[in-house]
Design a protein around this ligand. Structure first.
Ligand code: DOR
Ligand code: ZN
Length: 345
């Protein structure tokens, strides 16, 4: 039995690094094992909407990295939020400042989406998507819609026609459907062209809705999109471990303080960064595809974003450990559970 895994540094194509003080707490955790991480723009009080925001947030992140002992070779990949007011000029300026993608949150579907996109097909936003298509920069989508008489568990399903229509209207636009949670989403992404891909989180590979509300309410497993049914989880595992380059890692590691999770109207988000490569190794091993782990974590995402592969490696060894109940102010994913692989620094 293999007792060591040497893995190219990860590309985590979906991270919430937040702003200080949380930024200082969580960024070094991802930087330990990832060569790059996409910094999501839904920060508060300052959201990342323009070139100036991109430059400012990049500096904030660099400042924390510079203070991190050991520093690691970590590069943040910046994004801006695409709202109804986002013009082609804003997009072009942001790329020139180093942003690698634009992220669209439909209105009201998740944390800090209160000013999200209202209409994916307005003439104005179509110009913006066209500009993204022309310069070859991806549109990242939180693929859910909060429609009337639509349960939270159906929000991804009801978004899929919008994805199909976007793919038809912008046949060369690179699109990433983020943190997919259903079998239908897997099938839809598979059927579309090479320019449409999806990220998959570790927690959606582990959880079903039962783990959120089935045995008492477990706020630390609560996230958007909500984990779904067993068939959905099976389809996600199949997609992640299949070697299909359309599916790659985006952990959606989304820390919120314990107080913000354990209250009425607790925040949505799973803080998976402290267990990410370890639990992925376990999942891929269980599926019999440890040999495909590096494709998922460190190759397919880079290829989609036209980035060179990370050069350095990390090492995992087979050695049981228990995930701490709390790390700093946040309860990590799988708190208290025993995991089989350890990251050695
Ligand atoms: O669970 C989630 N948390 N899903 C998201 O899309 C956003 C994230 C957050 O920012 O906390
Ligand atoms: Zn997210």
């Amino acid at each position: 039995m293999q007792d060591k895994i040497i893995l190219r540094r990860l590309d985590d194509m979906h991270c919430h690094f937040r702003l200080d003080p949380l930024l200082t707490e969580v960024l070094p955790v991802t930087a330990q094992y990832a060569g790059r991480g996409i910094a999501m723009p839904n920060t508060r009080p300052r959201a990342i909407l323009t070139r100036n925001d991109v430059l400012w947030y990049h500096d904030e992140i660099k400042r924390v990295l510079d203070r991190t002992p050991n520093r690691f070779s970590f590069e943040p990949l910046m994004t801006i939020e695409v709202r109804d007011i986002t013009t082609p000029r804003i997009i072009i300026n942001a790329w020139q400042a180093g942003a690698v993608a634009g992220k669209a949150y439909p209105l009201g579907v998740t944390t800090n989406s209160n000013e999200g996109l209202r209409d994916f097909f307005s003439p104005k936003i179509s110009e913006t998507f066209k500009a993204m298509q022309d310069i070859g920069k991806p549109l990242l989508i939180h693929g859910e819609l909060d429609l009337e008489r639509t349960l939270v568990t159906k929000r991804e399903d009801v978004f899929l026609p919008t994805l199909l229509k976007l793919a038809e209207k912008f046949p060369n636009l690179k699109i990433v459907l983020e943190h997919i949670s259903t079998k239908k989403a897997v099938e839809t992404v598979k059927q579309l062209g090479k320019n449409v891909a999806a990220t998959i989180t570790a927690h959606h590979l582990c959880l079903t809705l039962n783990d959120v509300i089935g045995y008492g309410i477990q706020p630390h497993n609560g996230c958007m999109p909500m984990p779904k049914d067993f068939d959905d989880r099976d389809a996600l595992i199949e997609a992640a471990t299949s070697g299909n380059p359309k599916f790659f890692l985006g952990s959606d590691t989304a820390p919120h303080s314990r107080e913000k999770k354990e209250c009425s109207r607790g925040a949505c988000g799973v803080y998976s960064a402290p267990v990410l490569p370890q639990i992925l190794a376990e999942i891929f091993e269980k599926a019999g595809h440890l040999d495909r782990l590096e494709d998922f974590t460190s190759r397919f995402g880079a290829n989609f974003y036209d980035l060179p592969l990370n050069k350095d490696d990390i090492t995992l060894i087979r050695k049981e450990w228990t995930v701490p109940e709390q790390i700093g102010s946040v309860v990590p994913f799988l708190a208290g559970a025993k995991l089989q692989w350890q990251l050695v620094s």
